[in-house]
Design a protein around this ligand. Structure first.
Ligand SMILES: Cc1cc2nc3c(=O)[nH]c(=O)nc-3n(C[C@H](O)[C@H](O)[C@H](O)COP(=O)(O)OP(=O)(O)OC[C@H]3O[C@@H](n4cnc5c(N)ncnc54)[C@H](O)[C@@H]3O)c2cc1C
Length: 486
C-alpha cells in the first residue's frame, strides 16, 4: 500500500528516510524550514573556497553505502570516500605531539614510544570495543522493528558479563592506559556525542573502537556532497523536497496524524508524519506547550570558525586537535558553569590538505571548533570576541601560526547561530547529553504514541553522529513498513 508521507526537516535523517520510503513506493513530501537541505550537514562557499560547516569526519562507510543500496543506487556513482591515514595529529600544551593512526602496526609503535605498557591496554580496549559493538548491534543500534530498549532491558544488560564496560568512561580509560596523553586522547570521544568523558558510561568506548575498526573518512569535494547525492536519489525516486517550508503544526484527530500545516498557511495531507527536527519540539508541533529540552539535559554546542586562508599551510594535518591543559576543568566550565572554557581544546579541520578541489588554487579551508555550552541565556557579541581570543590563544600556545594574519574571510558560528539555523534548543548539537545510563541509552522512540507519527535523526533513537542517524532512518523506515503499510 502506498502511503502519503510528510517528513518535517531535511537533515541527514530526513533525507535518508525520504530515500528509503520513496524507493519503497510511498509518496514522500519533505518540508525543510531552511533555504537548503542537510540541516547540520551544511556548506558555506566564498571566493572559491568550499567549507563543510558541520560534520568533518565519518566512519562506518558501509552504513552510507547501505542507504544508497536501499534505493537501488550505488554510492560510488555519486561519492568518492577517502580513508584518512593518519586520522589526526594530537598536540599537548607541553609540546608532546603524535599522529593517531588506524594502521595497527604503526599505531602500536606510537603507543609503545609513549608508554610501552599501554600497548597491552590498547589490545584490551580493542577486545572490549569489539564486544561492546557486538552487544550494541544486537540490542541497540539495529533493533529494527522494535522500539528503543527500555529501562528494564538496560538494567538487564548491565548484568552481561563484560568486564570494564559498565563503569564511568574516564575511569575505564584510566584502567586501560597509563599515559596521560593516551588517557586524554581517548577521553575526547564522548564529545562526538556532545558529552563529557567524566560523566558518560564506559559503553561509549564503542566510539573510538568504531574509528579504529572502520577508519576515519572524508568525501572528495566536501561532506555536503552526501546531502546533494541523497537529495538527488530521493528526487529520482519521486520524492518532493521543499525548502523554505517550515512546518508550524501537525494535524491529528482521534489519536492519528492527518496532515502537516506550513507556516505560510499551506497544508499537506498525510498518512504518516516523520519528524526529523529536534525531538524536543514535537509536543509543540502537536499543539502542546511542553518546554523544550532543559539546559541541564542538553548535549554540548560548539563555537566554530571557518577561515579561508590565503596561503598553503603544508605542516598542517587534515585533522589536528590542540588539547587544553586541564580537561576536567574544561568540561566542568561547560556543564557546571554554563561557560565557554577559559582554555578550550581546539579542533582544526583542514580538508584542503587532502583535497585541493575545495580551494581556489592555493590556500586552505579551515574549520576550527571548540566545545561550548548549550546555554539558556543568549550568546552575545562580547562572548564571541572572548571565545575567539581563547581559541586563537590555544592555537598559538600549541605552535600553530596566528590565523588572523593570513585569513581572507572568517565566519563565526556561535551556539546561538547553530541553534537558530537548525532549530535546536541552545544549539545542543546532539539533543540530550549521554551522561549516565538512562540518558545514554533511552532516547525518544522512533515510533510515537500518536498513530502514524515517527521520529528520525540525532535527537531520537539511536542517537547523533552521521552513521547513527542513517541507522535511525533505517529503523524508522522499517517501523513504518511494519505498522502502516498493512
Ligand atoms: C559543527 C558540527 C560538527 C559535527 N561533526 C560531526 C562529525 O564530524 N561526524 C559526525 O558523524 N557527525 C557530526 N556532527 C553531527 C551530525 O551533523 C548530526 O548528528 C546529523 O547531521 C544530524 O542529522 P539529523 O537527521 O538529526 O538532522 P539535523 O541536521 O538536525 O536537521 C534537522 C532539520 O530539520 C529542520 N527542521 C526542524 N524543525 C522544522 C520544522 N518545524 N519545519 C521544517 N523543518 C524543520 C531543521 O531546519 C534542520 O534542517 C556535527 C554537527 C555539527 C553541528
Amino acid at each position: 500500500m502506498s502511503l502519503r508521507v510528510a517528513i518535517i526537516g531535511g537533515g541527514l535523517g530526513g533525507l535518508a528516510t525520504a530515500v528509503r520510503l520513496s524507493a519503497a513506493g510511498h509518496m514522500v513530501t519533505l518540508c525543510e524550514a531552511g533555504p537548503a537541505f542537510g540541516g547540520k550537514m551544511n556548506r558555506w562557499q566564498t571566493q572559491g573556497y568550499t567549507f563543510d560547516t558541520g560534520p568533518s569526519l565519518i566512519t562506518m562507510p558501509h552504513v552510507f553505502e547501505e542507504t544508497f543500496k536501499a534505493a537501488g543506487a550505488r554510492m560510488e556513482d555519486h561519492l568518492e570516500l577517502v580513508r584518512l591515514e593518519p586520522v589526526a595529529e594530537y598536540i599537548w600544551p607541553d609540546g608532546t605531539r603524535f599522529e593517531h593512526s588506524t594502521n595497527l602496526p604503526h599505531w602500536l609503535d606510537v603507543l609503545r614510544a609513549l608508554e610501552p605498557r599501554d600497548a597491552d591496554g590498547f589490545l584490551r580496549f580493542l577486545e572490549l570495543g569489539a564486544r561492546l559493538f557486538e552487544l550494541s548491534s544486537e540490542t541497540f543500534l539495529r533493533r529494527g522493528m522494535d522500539q528503543p530498549p527500555d529501562w528494564r532491558t538496560i538494567k538487564a544488560l548491565r548484568h552481561f558479563p563484560l568486564r570494564n564496560a559498565w563503569g564511568n568512561y574516564d575511569k575505564v580509560v584510566r584502567s586501560l592506559f597509563r599515559s596521560p596523553y593516551l588517557r586524554q586522547m581517548f577521553n575526547r570521544y564522548p564529545t562526538y556525542v556532545g558529552s563529557s568523558p567524566f560523566r558518560s558510561p564506559a559503553t561509549l568506548l564503542v566510539i573510538p573502537y568504531l574509528e579504529h575498526a572502520y577508519g576515519g573518512w572524508f568525501v572528495k569535494g566536501g561532506l555536503y556532497r552526501i546531502v546533494e547525492a541523497l537529495a538527488g536519489v530521493a528526487r529520482e525516486k519521486g520524492a518532493t523536497l521543499l525548502a523554505n517550508a517550515p512546518v508550524a503544526r501537525i494535524g491529528h484527530e482521534r489519536g492519528r496524524v492527518k496532515s502537516v500545516h506550513l507556516a505560510d498557511g499551506g497544508s499537506i495531507n498525510a498518512d504518516v508524519v516523520v519528524m526529523n527536527g529536534d525531538a524536543s519540539f514535537l509536543n509543540q508541533l502537536l499543539g502542546g506547550d511542553e518546554p523544550t529540552l532543559p539546559p541541564e539535559r542538553r548535549s554540548m554546542s560548539g563555537f566554530l570558525t571557518l577561515a579561508a586562508m590565503r596561503n598553503d599551510m603544508p605542516n598542517l594535518h587534515h585533522h589536528t586537535v590542540c588539547f587544553s591543559a586541564d580537561y576536567q576543568r574544561e568540561f566542568s566550565q561547560i556543564f557546571d558553569d554554563g561557560e565557554f572554557p577559559e582554555d578550550p581544546t581546539v579542533y582544526v579541520n583542514a580538508p584542503s590538505r587532502s583535497d585541493r578541489g575545495v580551494v581556489p588554487g592555493q590556500g586552505e579551508t579551515l574549520f576550527i571548533m571548540a566545545n561550548a555550552p548549550a546555554r539558556a541565556e543568549p550568546w552575545d557579541e562580547a562572548m564571541t570576541r572572548t571565545a575567539w581570543q581563547r581559541v586563537v590563544g590555544r592555537l598559538a600556545r600549541s605552535g600553530l601560526p596566528d590565523l588572523r594574519e593570513d585569513a581572507m574571510a572568517i565566519d563565526h558560528w556561535t551556539p546561538r547561530r547553530i541553534g537558530a539555523s537548525y532549530r535546536m534548543p541552545g544549539g545542543a548539537i546532539y539533543g540530550a547529553h549521554s551522561h549516565g545510563w538512562r540518558n545514554a541509552f533511552i532516547r525518544p522512540a522512533n515510533r510515537q504514541r500518536t498513530r502514524g507519527l515517527y521520529l528520525v535523526g540525532g535527537s531520537s533513537h539511536p542517537g547523533g553522529g552521521t552513521p547513527t542517524v542513517l541507522l535511525s532512518a533505517k529503523i524508522t523506515s522499517s517501523l513504518i513498513e511494519k505498522h502502516e503499510s498493512a
